[in-house]
Design a protein. Structure first.
Length: 237
């Protein structure tokens, strides 16, 4: 499987907001900077099949209306699934109306298929090639989800250390992990949480959602199998 890290930063960062592109088909989160990163790579938008939004904080879907603008002008575009928390369709439609009035209403009806993720949702069963398991994680007071793709790639989304995060580590080979903080909070995991996790789990970790000071501190730590990459890096997993 191929992973391109479109963003590895937090909103308080000079890096793009956290986002991953899996096999050129599945885009996870579309925060600030993600559309421009896709443009830099000369990405063919016709390859996109699904967009997954982990939760409804702006730094995880603020670029989605602009991405839809780019999708709308593509010829021969296949219908695209957009999966996310239950208010995503309503909020995204409202944002698009604010930005572009009713310009996209017809496009939404013809090309966008929304998948509502609920706390009881266990999996997204759309593709034969992808087994996508859903984990409701703990991001304090907002509904937030992590994912396990083909029991290979885990994505925590924004979360504190919780049992669902441990389940993602248990069932993945490599985990793209929120490490926003130096010390974890009830919103985000910290370097200290990763050190705790590594006592039990030896997965490779791709650090994401990093604040700039956390990135520098994590580099100093040189934790085994904790990988820190720049925006735009592509990896085969």
């Amino acid at each position: 499987m191929k992973v391109r890290l479109l963003g590895t930063g937090a909103i308080y960062s000079k890096y793009n907001c956290a986002s991953e592109l899996i096999d050129d088909k599945i885009l996870v989160d579309v925060g600030n900077g993600v559309l421009k990163e896709l443009r830099k790579t000369n990405y063919y938008f016709t390859k996109l099949e699904m967009i997954i939004i982990t939760h409804l904080h702006a730094d995880h879907y603020a670029d989605l209306p602009a991405l839809i603008l780019n999708l709308e002008v593509e010829e021969n575009l296949k219908p695209i699934y957009i999966a996310g928390p239950k208010e995503l369709k309503e909020k995204l439609t409202e944002l698009c109306h604010i930005y572009y009035q009713d310009f996209f209403d017809k496009f939404f009806k013809e090309k966008i298929k929304f998948i509502e993720i609920l706390p009881e949702t266990k999996s997204i069963e759309i593709f034969n090639d992808y087994d996508i398991k859903v984990q409701k994680v703990d991001h304090y007071n907002i509904e937030s989800y992590g994912y396990i793709i083909n029991n290979k790639i885990g994505i925590t989304g924004d979360t504190c250390l919780c049992k669902e995060v441990l389940n993602i580590f248990e069932n993945s080979e490599i985990v793209i992990t929120d490490i926003s903080m130096i010390e974890g909070t009830n919103y985000h995991m910290g370097i200290d949480d990763i050190e705790t996790i590594r006592k039990t789990y030896k997965n490779k970790i791709l650090a994401t959602h990093l604040r700039d000071d956390t990135r520098e501190e994590l580099k100093k730590k040189c934790l085994k199998d904790v990988i820190i990459k720049e925006d735009g890096v592509e990896m085969i997993i």
